[in-house]
Design a protein around this ligand. Structure first.
Ligand SMILES: NC(=O)c1ccc[n+]([C@@H]2O[C@H](COP(=O)([O-])OP(=O)(O)OC[C@H]3O[C@@H](n4cnc5c(N)ncnc54)[C@H](OP(=O)(O)O)[C@@H]3O)[C@@H](O)[C@H]2O)c1
Length: 435
């Protein structure tokens, strides 16, 4: 697509985001972009737009030579992949918000972009209105980027905020997220951490040039968190957030996962509440930078879609320059985690490198300890309904700092868990102390 081209759009989907971008493009904008046709699934639905715009025929958009941009905003990743790949093959620029489709097919989509030299933009797929992809793509050099740590899923953040601030049950909080239109059509995508890991997959490509599949990344959602976990977090002065993290280790490899995380007051993520998203980017010289904004919803998401459409005017496309580096993902590091379970038999203590704390409270038991990440991935006990885990602050521990980290973590245990620690570490059952 050449600079200055008039943008004639074929829009797929007229739901929360599709209708949003339609409304936004009706505003008086300097951008010369018009929607020629809208493809939807159910022809009988009442729509807030002229009836002649709508069709259920993909080809009416994909084969129209006047349409030079396809904006794909449907809620079916498999169909979206068919639409997007056909559009790229037909030489049409594509804008999408479909993180599942992008993350699961990243390698093939990269290949198609190369082959057909067509722009393919998806800023709205990660963190709604926050311009995270273009920032990682353009601004942060791979060598200097130490970590990205983000709340990237608005629904789970809304649920956790309601569970902690208003003491709502998980079910009530989820219902609230659904009523407000934050949750995905299938809410399990949110609460099991699948949506977040899809976004992490996309971020890894732009942050570090790593192309992987979401199935290769450990992700645990918030569905198993117990009300006591929230209460314990509060007592320690933490909040619980579902965090997508990628950390560059000193050997240049990347530790990456989506897990519930204890966030302390010193973190910028502490104040990210409800449907908001926030990402802390740490780089060698700039230190920490924080981007914050609405991660979901009709207009915030439409704003990112609009920005991508607008960028097509000047022929913008992702260059994926960092893919020339040989950066890879590793599972060779340690995590300091809090683990809660019904009885000690629910977990395998020998999997832990060391333990720092153990205590019982009403019907549940808890421990804090350090575990090798590979052991955690392979732990069958982690899949049990009765077991939940939360990563402790600064929970990624590198092999090189192992002994130092052990000392440090014991000190931290002393300061963070003062009352309970002195009693609990020394009160660990004998079999725990001997592992
Ligand atoms: N909602 C958000 O806040 C948000 C934020 C970021 C990204 N996203 C992403 O944006 C995309 C759209 O989400 P949404 O919330 O707008 O979904 P939605 O409200 O459920 O709307 C989905 C739309 O897709 C249409 N559709 C489904 N299958 C189709 C097919 N095979 N052909 C043509 N149209 C089809 C539906 O048609 P009918 O109207 O006929 O049923 C509907 O208009 C998803 O990929 C989502 O992950 C959403």
């Amino acid at each position: 697509m050449k600079t200055g081209n008039k943008l004639t759009i074929g829009l797929f989907g007229f739901g929360v985001v599709g209708q949003g971008i339609y409304e936004v493009l009706q505003q008086p904008l300097t951008l010369q972009a018009t929607i020629k046709k809208i493809c939807i699934k159910e022809p009988g639905k009442k729509r807030e737009a002229p009836a002649e715009l709508f069709t259920t025929d993909y080809e009416a958009l994909l084969s129209d030579p006047e349409i030079n941009v396809i904006v794909e905003l449907i809620n079916d990743a498999d169909e979206a992949y068919k639409i997007v790949t056909a559009a790229l093959r037909n030489g049409k620029a594509v804008v999408t918000a479909n993180k599942k489709m992008v993350a699961e097919n990243l390698a093939q989509l990269l290949q198609l972009q190369k082959q057909y030299a067509t722009p393919f933009l998806y800023e709205a797929a990660v963190c709604g209105s926050i311009p995270i992809i273009r920032n990682l793509e353009e601004y942060y050099d791979n060598d200097l980027l130490k970590s990205i740590c983000g709340i990237v899923n608005g629904s789970t953040n809304y649920i956790l905020t309601k569970m902690i601030d208003e003491k709502l049950s998980y079910q009530k909080a989820l219902q609230g997220a659904q009523n407000l239109g934050f949750a995905e059509t299938d809410p399990s995508l949110d609460v099991l951490g699948i949506d977040a890991v899809n976004k992490l997959t996309i971020l890894l490509a732009h942050a570090y040039g790593v192309v992987t599949h979401p199935a290769n990344l450990l992700h645990i959602g918030i569905n198993k968190l117990d009300p006591y976990d929230a209460k314990n977090a509060e007592e320690k002065g933490y909040v619980i957030k579902l965090v997508a993290q990628a950390v560059k280790l000193s050997n240049g490899k990347i530790a990456a996962f989506v897990l519930p995380y204890y966030i302390d007051k010193s973190s910028q993520l502490y104040a990210v509440k409800n449907e908001f998203n926030g990402v802390v980017i740490q780089s060698t010289f700039a230190d920490k930078q924080f981007i914050y904004g609405k991660g979901a919803g009709r207009y915030p998401t439409s704003s990112a879609v609009l920005s991508d459409i607008s960028a097509l005017r000047y022929g913008y496309r992702y260059e994926y320059r960092k893919m020339n580096s040989s950066t890879e993902i590793t599972d060779d590091f340690y995590l300091r985690i809090y683990c809660s379970f019904e009885t000690i038999d629910d977990i395998i203590l020998k999997d832990f490198e060391w333990l720092e704390e153990f205590y019982s409270q009403e019907a549940r038991q808890y421990l804090t300890g350090v575990i090798h990440f590979k052991k955690l991935i392979e732990a069958g006990w982690l899949k049990k309904e009765s077991v939940s885990i939360i990563v402790c602050p600064d929970g990624v521990i590198e092999d090189v700092g192992f002994r130092k980290a052990k000392k440090l973590s014991l000190q931290l245990a002393g300061s963070h868990f003062t009352e309970k620690t002195s009693e609990t570490v020394s009160n660990l059952p004998k079999e725990l102390l001997s592992i």
